[in-house]
Design a protein around this ligand. Sequence first.
Ligand SMILES: [Zn+2]
Length: 337
Amino acid sequence: MLGKQGWRLLTRPDSLCTRVIKGKYSPHGNFLSATRRKRSSETWHALLHGRDVLRRGLIKRVGPGNSINIWNDNWIPGALKLKPLLRQEHVIVEQVDELFIQGTRRWNEDLVRDSFVPWDAEEILKIKAGVRMVEDTVAWNYERTGIYSVRSAYRLLKADERQKEASAGNKSGSSYADGIWNKLWKLKIPPKIRIFWWRAVNNFLPTKRELKRRHVEQEDFCETCGEEGETLFHVAFKCPLARRFWQSAKDLVGIKIPALHPATWTRDLLSPDKVLNTDAAMIICGVWSLWAGRNARKHGRVSWNSGAAVRHISKMLEDLVCSSTTQEVRPDPLRRR
Ligand SMILES: [Zn+2]
């Protein structure tokens, strides 16, 4: 009901009601960015409450893209929170129009794939920017018409509440993705390796087995040892090169690989009851290095040496552990800050 009035404030800026309320409470600003003031009326408070619901479900429809902030605005209909799940360090794009091929409203697919984690990239590439739209417009995401309705807002609130209750009750409550992310966050590993592992857990890495499954490649043998069905598990532990690597790791830092199951090992490594966190960090960094080495070889760069790789990784972990007194701000990909 009050969301409805907020909706009117946004979409019918010239109506009398809008002008009265705006004139009184936020003469210069936008309703969505107005703050709660000490001495404002009940109506205004209630409107602001309705606004929170609105803010949750409002989405910008992409036209020119020049008014949409990639990281702060809601603009991806298929994303859980309507915006990218996480931002990788190397990414510098800020506005949606920077993702277009210059002079068009078509996505620069390479740039999109390079700037976002795979599931965000997929959802972005599904969006069709309005070619005739003069500006980006605001719509309500939870009705097909794009027009706010009390019914859908109520449904949204209910769903939020259920999720909140579930995660308060914890146990099975927090979502699968949430749980993985939390565990991953506890490990002291560099952010890029965290993202690498997230991909590994979700089976997003282009191993040859995976590429063959998707009919991208015909063959799936390991290019290092020739064994058929190259999986990350093979690259990480079974390939002769990997065995040599872990032997050096054992000699140099004393780490031993626990028994791991090929189907569940990427998740098992994140379970403190199965593997110590420090061991898990080392193993994950090791697998990352093996994967990076495998890619380098695939692209013709061959200098990869198992002993040097182990030294590099243990130094990296040492640095991380030593610098961990400075507090890291935890980005929460699944919830609003
Ligand atoms: Zn191999």
